[in-house]
Design a protein around this ligand. Structure first.
Ligand SMILES: [Mg+2]
Length: 247
């Protein structure tokens, strides 16, 4: 894909994400009203509509476009979520300066996760968006770097891993954010941030499939072998991240 096509794909991905969040606004609000302050659906919808508007007025390289979307999210989503969704996108966009390749997308994904963890001071098992992002990023990295899958196939596996991560948030107690104030009463509720993260990844996969199809048919629901995803080598990847990435 040339740079122009990559930029077009980013526009389209943000549009798909904005549409999806508009559709899921009520559902995200319901999830957030159970364990938070019932604003996640409205905040994400507003943020992505703003990102879409800004991108419609912007031409540029992939890195610039992703950064622009991040800036819009920071200013429009508000609260704790703005810096987590938008700031992490801004930071990770630096990894796309050479365009979109298997290598740069792995770096992007790792930088995104690292920034969310740092800013949210959250780890796996805290019942946050980190529980969706971590398995997705580790699975993506392993699929590309260890198993030599192409990025589209790897992304399909990553989305499936994120889905498992979202399911994992339901039976555990929240340790971060507003939900943690509920203590044990947070058990049994799915985390809204992990859920919206999954929606974003699903839309990214749908658009990536449009642009990269012909080589691989990816259906995250049916074609991923769960056996392969059981142990995403969490510790190893975390160590690599620290060694490879500066601030
Ligand atoms: Mg909230």
């Amino acid at each position: 894909m040339d740079r122009e096509t990559q930029s077009e794909a980013i526009h389209e991905a943000v549009e798909a994400m904005a549409d999806r969040l508009a559709e899921e606004k009520e559902h995200l609000t319901d999830l957030d009203s159970a364990i938070g302050d019932a604003d996640h659906g409205a905040n994400m919808n507003r943020g992505f509509q703003a990102a879409l508007e800004r991108l419609e007025e912007t031409d540029g390289d992939p890195a610039e476009l992703v950064k622009t979307a991040g800036v819009a999210l920071v200013s429009e989503v508000g609260g704790a979520a703005g810096p987590l969704y938008g700031g992490s996108l801004m930071k990770a966009s630096q990894e796309l300066e050479d365009g979109i390749t298997a290598e740069t997308t792995v770096a992007f994904a790792e930088r995104y996760l690292e920034t969310v963890e740092e800013r949210g001071k959250a780890s796996v098992g805290d019942k946050t968006m980190v529980d969706a992002i971590t398995p997705a990023v580790h699975t993506y990295k392993k699929a590309v770097e260890v198993d030599d899958h192409d990025p589209l196939e790897a992304l399909g596996k990553a989305v499936d891993a994120a889905e498992r991560g979202v399911a994992f948030t339901t039976p555990i107690r929240a340790k971060k954010g507003r939900a943690s104030y509920l203590g044990w009463r947070s058990v049994g509720h799915q985390d809204p941030g992990a859920t919206s993260t999954l929606y974003l990844l699903e839309e990214l996969l749908a658009v990536a499939t449009e642009y990269l199809d012909g080589e691989v048919e990816v259906d995250a629901e049916t074609e991923v072998d769960p056996e392969e995803l059981e142990e995403p080598a969490v510790e190893e990847a975390a160590v690599d991240e620290e060694n490879e990435e500066g601030a």
